[in-house]
Design a protein around this ligand. Structure first.
Ligand SMILES: C[S@@+](CC[C@H](N)C(=O)[O-])C[C@H]1O[C@@H](n2cnc3c(N)ncnc32)[C@H](O)[C@@H]1O
Length: 236
């Protein structure tokens, strides 16, 4: 892994001539992403993310923290004990430079600890980390081991159905062989290209089915303005 996403984050933090990231997916064209967005303050966060931060309590684990904006807000504004983890070493270095006290560079699946958390956050299409629909159970099982008995997982995603053309009956032309939210993501930064990686978007019903099948309750907390939503999973 070239860790281009992390490099862009660390470049922004250290003022090392940061540039925009170029992203593309298997169903969309290249798009520029301003790295500054990953450093958003509470006021600039989407409502769904603000809602997640309002609902957070106790010991918090921010999974896929990126530059750590959610973790930082909870640590500094709410005085909560937060651990940020991310697979990107550069992102975690940035979290540390920003003052996050517990920031660990690790893949969530390798995160072995006896510690349990009251709130686990997965934000900015948190289901992306699950990679594919079939791997979702593996990730949910892992998250279960990290959650206190009365804890909560707060996770956001979007229903990508709007990305697909409608036929004349109003139905969508979606691929028949895979789940339509299973994308392949490509990232370019400063002339380098990351190896494409899987990234999963889940509509709420599919997330709920996966949650039920893996021993969780699932609740729709709120819906955003464009097919996006925030959900809460608790142990069944
Ligand atoms: C879309 S970014 C979101 C960053 C941050 N949550 C935010 O809202 O700004 C997804 C993050 O998940 C991290 N990530 C992807 N797979 C991961 C894994 N298996 N374990 C831990 N982090 C992972 C990526 O490195 C990236 O920083």
């Amino acid at each position: 892994m070239l860790d281009l996403f992390g490099k862009a984050i660390l470049d922004y933090q250290t003022q090392n001539a940061p540039e925009s990231l170029i992203t593309a997916t298997s169903i969309s064209e290249e798009d520029e992403m301003d790295v500054e967005y990953l450093f958003r303050s509470y006021d600039l966060m989407p409502k769904l993310e603000q809602k997640a931060l309002q609902l957070a309590y106790g010991k918090v684990l921010d999974v896929g923290s990126g530059a750590g904006s959610h973790a930082l807000s909870l640590q500094n504004d709410r005085n909560l004990a937060v651990t940020a983890i991310d697979i990107s070493e550069n992102a975690i270095k940035t979290c540390q430079l920003r003052g996050i006290q517990n920031a660990i560079a690790i893949d969530i699946l390798q995160f072995n600890t006896t510690e349990k958390f009251d709130t686990i956050l997965l934000l900015m299409n948190g289901t992306g980390i699950f990679e594919t629909l079939s791997k979702t159970a593996v990730y949910l099982d892992k998250l279960k081991t990290l959650l206190n008995a009365d804890g909560q997982i707060l996770i956001d995603s979007s229903d990508l159905i709007y990305m697909f053309d409608e036929d004349e009956d109003g139905g969508a032309w979606i691929p028949g062989n895979t789940y339509y939210g299973e994308l392949t993501f490509t990232v370019q930064y400063k002339g380098e290209t990351e190896r494409p990686f899987p990234w999963l978007y889940l509509d709420y019903n599919t997330l709920q089915n996966a949650a039920f099948a893996n021993g969780f309750n699932c609740e729709l907390i709120s819906e955003g303005e464009h097919y996006d939503y925030l959900a809460r999973l608790t142990l069944a």
